[in-house]
Design a protein around this ligand. Structure first.
Ligand SMILES: C[S@@+](CC[C@H](N)C(=O)[O-])C[C@H]1O[C@@H](n2cnc3c(N)ncnc32)[C@H](O)[C@@H]1O
Length: 279
């Protein structure tokens, strides 16, 4: 895992468009999260701490699984995005979830949680193992630690196809911008090391990613919106320009390249890892 002394520049930015992109992302990855949480044992009546909740999708998935007898506390350093999370929880009728603003590593929330969860959050932290160590202190004995993180390293190993120049270029830009921002691009598979270095049991792990697809597949506009969110940093780091990216036509150009090359694009792999503390 790449070393960095401070947290990453939050690669995706903090715009309204980014909030919408995160919600769109959930449509593509929530099925993975739901299966993962079930496998990890998150179930009725539990009290769950979800960190880096953003607009709330992971916390709401947990809230559904723990049911009215359980409770979820979602934490995010960005108080504004939690307004969206609260509004969405209320609109969906959840009464068992609350959101608290602050740094999940230091916020005092008690130590009686049955599970601590997070998706796409450790990758932005300077020391994910240390963060996991802190977070595990919020759990009761026998508590569950369950994280889902992106891993971009399969892109580095993927042979570039000569008939997918656009996809090849986008992958190159994405790798560069995440690396340059200080995010851990290998956080997904790095979860194993992070768990062990945090003193947690070795985790059970899976890796999944959406691949697509037909016209109307959400992955095209999601991919374009992801590039839109990182565009300020792409320009700031001199990786590419708004003109070259031409983000407004990007989804359709990727779609056309898939149709012509007959090679579906692979979205970013998400790796899940969970472990249970000793009782
Ligand atoms: C990529 S978003 C993921 C949001 C959500 N987990 C999801 O999967 O839809 C990462 C979120 O983590 C939050 N975050 C980053 N570092 C954090 C920290 N130290 N404590 C709490 N939240 C943090 C960011 O503000 C951002 O909202």
């Amino acid at each position: 895992m790449s070393e960095s002394k401070s947290d990453a520049t939050y690669t995706m930015g903090r715009t309204q468009g980014e909030e919408e992109r995160l919600i769109q992302q959930s449509q593509l990855y929530d099925a993975v999260t739901r299966r993962f949480f079930r496998e990890a044992g998150i179930s009725s009546g539990m009290k769950v701490l979800d960190i880096g909740s953003g607009p709330g999708d992971v916390a709401l998935t947990a809230a559904e699984l723990v049911g009215p007898e359980g409770a979820v506390v979602g934490v995010d350093v960005n108080p504004e995005i939690l307004e969206t999370a609260r509004a969405r929880a209320q609109a969906a009728g959840f009464t068992n979830v609350e959101f608290v603003a602050g740094d999940a590593r230091t916020l005092e929330l008690g130590n009686d949680f049955d599970a601590v969860t997070g998706r796409l959050v450790l990758m932005y932290m300077a020391d994910p193992a240390d963060a996991l160590k802190q977070l595990a202190t919020r759990l009761r004995p026998g508590g569950i630690v369950a994280f889902q993180e992106a891993d971009f390293t399969p892109y580095q190993q993927m042979p570039h196809s000569p008939d997918t120049p656009l996809a090849n270029e986008l992958i190159g830009w994405v790798l560069k911008v995440f690396e340059r921002s200080g995010a851990h691009i290998d956080m997904g598979f790095g979860l194993y090391r992070a768990f062990v270095e945090a003193g947690l049991p070795e985790p059970y792990m899976h890796c999944e990613y959406p691949v697509g697809g037909p016209d109307g597949w959400a992955g095209y506009s999601y991919a374009a919106n992801s590039l839109r969110s990182v565009l300020p940093l792409l320009e700031q780091y001199g990786i590419t320009t708004a003109e070259e990216l031409d983000v407004d036509t990007l989804a359709e150009r990727v779609r056309q390249e898939v149709a012509t090359s007959k090679r579906p694009i692979r979205l970013v792999p998400h790796v899940t890892a969970w472990a249970q503390l000793a009782s």
